[in-house]
Design a protein around this ligand. Sequence first.
Ligand code: ATP
Length: 324
Amino acid sequence: MGRDTVATVRVPAKVNLFLAVRGLRQDGYHELVTILQTVWLRDRVRVSASPDLRQRHPSLREVAVTFDHDQIAGVPIGVDNLCVRAAHRFLEHLGLQGVSADPDATVRLGRPATPRLSIRLDKDIPVAAGMAGGSADAAATLLAINDVLEAGLDRAEVQELAADLGADVPFCVSGGTALATGTGTATAQVLCRGEFHWVIGMSAEPLATPEVYAQWDELETAFEMHPDQVLQAVRTGDAELLGASLHNDLQAAAFRLRPDLAEGVDQFLVDGALGSIVSGSGPTVVALAADAAHAHELAGMAADRFDRVEVAKSPAGGPSIHRE
Ligand code: ATP
């Protein structure tokens, strides 16, 4: 029968350096202009495919999909997990049907069910934190399956499948620095020179993205704000300019739901950060430092104000694929 083929993808989180909400569309989505950049905080998705799946016999129709993680709080285990949804979407693209299977059940039988895709998730990106953790996992799963099944999709084709899974998923497929428009799925890479040093302040209590947008719908009006300064700052590697031009239209909505986040941003600025902002829909607060030593200094001062504080550089490139 042969052995399973295994690929591990490490995929970085993102921060929004600029996020402007242009308004609510007829289809219920929001029109955005955003600049996304990956940061060095990564999840790991490991996918293995049984040999009979890799061979893809013409009579093949159904594929057992198993999924597990170490009971990470807030991360769904079944078909609601974006890893599983990504697997089903990829299989559908190949004309196959994914059937979710319990990993314990397949082990108890003594012999794993075949044909089978097994997905294992290890997370370092905080959950429901505005750092695109779930989207990154979906992107990683698509890339891992493309690799283990030798399906031969190019990046643009993987991004097309990704767009069906969520607004940030196409960006997570490519990573780096990008300008995203529409609902966020239309992405174009942006030139970035040098690197930036961040302090990431995380909160154990999540903030649901739809609730933040609902607040925006209720209270905000769209106005034209352009990302020119942020683009110039990343193009020239100018941390001071970037700090001064960080912008997030969702921030006021996030503050209304979580007033403690406003204190988090203000205190980073009082401590001497070049800039500070809520990442995406929050509740993560990021602060830009002048260099690595400054980032550690700011992180030390912030340690008591957040549930978890990390220092991380950006950009973090894109997902890395490793075939075992
Ligand atoms: P974004 O920045 O794209 O809005 P986020 O970082 O705010 O995303 P996620 O970590 O992606 O949020 O989690 C949002 C919700 O998605 C969670 O509450 C969880 O129920 C669900 N979810 C599905 N799959 C995953 C996954 N693999 N990891 C984390 N959450 C997941």
